[in-house]
Design a protein around this ligand. Structure first.
Ligand code: PMP
Length: 398
């Protein structure tokens, strides 16, 4: 028999499956709100001007492509640290943070997970309920048992904070807790700074290992505002893991630009951690690619380009917020009696709309409006041209 005779078909990725269905739909008015990407008001994936400018510079002085160091471009890793921990961070200055370039945020998470498996093979992992669907798969693939802590409270249209804290209180020491630093995917609900302080207190007293996934820095309230939670963990003296993604904030999805930062107790400890992170990378893909990270490093370290990036990121953030407000107003105007203002309290690209699975399915089959069965819609895929159609469709299934 063939070597693969007993190989089972892996389950389809639910979101990619939705995209295939969308592409095959002949409805000329169809709208894809199932995606996890930012589109501009013309429904197009943006190429940021700062990115094009950096690429132009790079093209004008073309360089040979040798191997990068295992941990990536040094200037890039340094720029990531500045962004995540702040330019004046004492831990950065003290050399207590090991940062490696990664293949997107996913790559950062995976390198962190593989490293943690070596450090503490018997640890358990807790992710939020619900969470980005790849968190569970990724940590399970790294060999960890993965359970959840309560997060979304459908009845309350918000966070089950008591449930979350209770789960953290009950976790055994050294449990790895995956937290969304900002713009929670899929719900859009973030903790307040007060709530974060309570989480940090619990993480500290229970001796848990916090792994902050920062895939949307700058999409919530601003670069510094969204990064503030990292500062709180640092102030508490905790050793944290932070994965960074520039897929959204630079609209560089396909370049796979991200990072992993691990905070250690001392410079000497950080050096040992870095050596092990490099081993994980070396045995997986040897060393990272150049292009995307060079673009990001160039933008972050060139003052005019950095300023332009901050403006372009702010434009994306403001447009999403505008879409949230407009959506709520138009739903109200369309006669939906239920208070939908929770949509404007959510942060980032996504919204748990509160629509049921049946409503989501009707939106798809009757109107060609594609969202996830959970009720998750991508607000960043709404625009001034498709919003009326979407609102009309939602009103008709409500
Ligand atoms: N974490 C979260 C919460 C995400 O939503 C995503 C991407 N949608 C990622 C990580 C992965 O990002 P990347 O595409 O950079 O690997």
């Amino acid at each position: 028999a063939s070597l693969f005779a007993a190989v089972e078909m892996a389950p389809r990725d639910p979101i990619l499956g939705l995209n295939e269905q969308f592409n095959a739909d002949p409805n000329p008015n169809k709208v894809n709100l199932g995606v996890g990407v930012y589109y501009d008001d013309n429904g197009k994936l943006p190429l940021l001007k700062c990115v094009a400018a950096a690429e132009k510079q790079m093209l004008e002085a073309p360089k040979a492509r040798g191997y990068l160091p295992i941990d990536g471009i040094a200037a890039y890793d340094k720029a990531v640290q500045g962004l995540v921990f702040g330019a004046d961070s004492g831990a950065v200055k003290a050399g207590r943070i090991a940062t490696v370039q990664g293949l997107g945020g996913t790559g950062g998470l995976k390198v962190g997970a593989d490293f943690l498996k070596k450090v503490d093979p018997n640890a358990k992992v807790l992710i939020s309920d619900p969470s980005w669907e790849n968190h569970r798969a990724l940590f399970e693939a790294a060999g960890f048992p993965v359970a959840t802590y309560p997060y979304y409270d459908a009845a309350k249209r918000g966070i089950d904070f008591e449930g979350m804290l209770a789960a953290l209180e009950a976790a055994s020491a050294r449990t790895i807790v995956v937290l969304h630093a900002c713009c929670h995917n899929p719900t859009g609900y973030d903790l307040t700074l007060e709530q974060w302080k309570q989480v940090i207190e619990t993480v500290k007293t229970r001796n848990l290992v916090p792994f902050l996934d920062m895939a949307y820095q700058g999409f919530g309230e601003g670069i510094a505002e969204d990064g503030a939670v990292i500062g709180l963990f640092m102030d508490a003296g905790l050793d944290i893991f932070v994965s960074t993604s520039f897929s959204k904030s630079f609209s560089l999805y396909g370049e796979r630009v991200g990072a992993l930062s691990v905070v250690a107790a001392s410079k000497e400890e950080a050096e040992r951690v870095l050596s092990q992170l490099k081993r994980v990378i070396r045995t997986n893909y040897s060393n990272p690619p150049i292009h995307g990270a060079q673009v990001v490093a160039t933008v972050l370290t060139t003052p005019e380009l950095r300023k332009q990036w901050e403006q372009e990121l702010a434009e994306m953030r403001v447009r999403i917020k505008q879409m949230r407000t407009t959506l709520v107003e138009k739903l109200q105007a369309a006669g939906i009696r239920q208070d939908m203002s929770f949509i404007t309290q959510q942060k980032g690209m996504f919204s748990y709309s509160g629509l049921t699975k049946e409503q989501m399915q009707r939106l798809r089959s009757e109107f060609g409006v594609y969202g996830v069965d959970s009720g998750r819609i991508c607000v960043a895929a709404l625009n001034s041209k498709n919003i009326d159609y979407v609102v009309d469709a939602v009103a008709k299934v409500s």
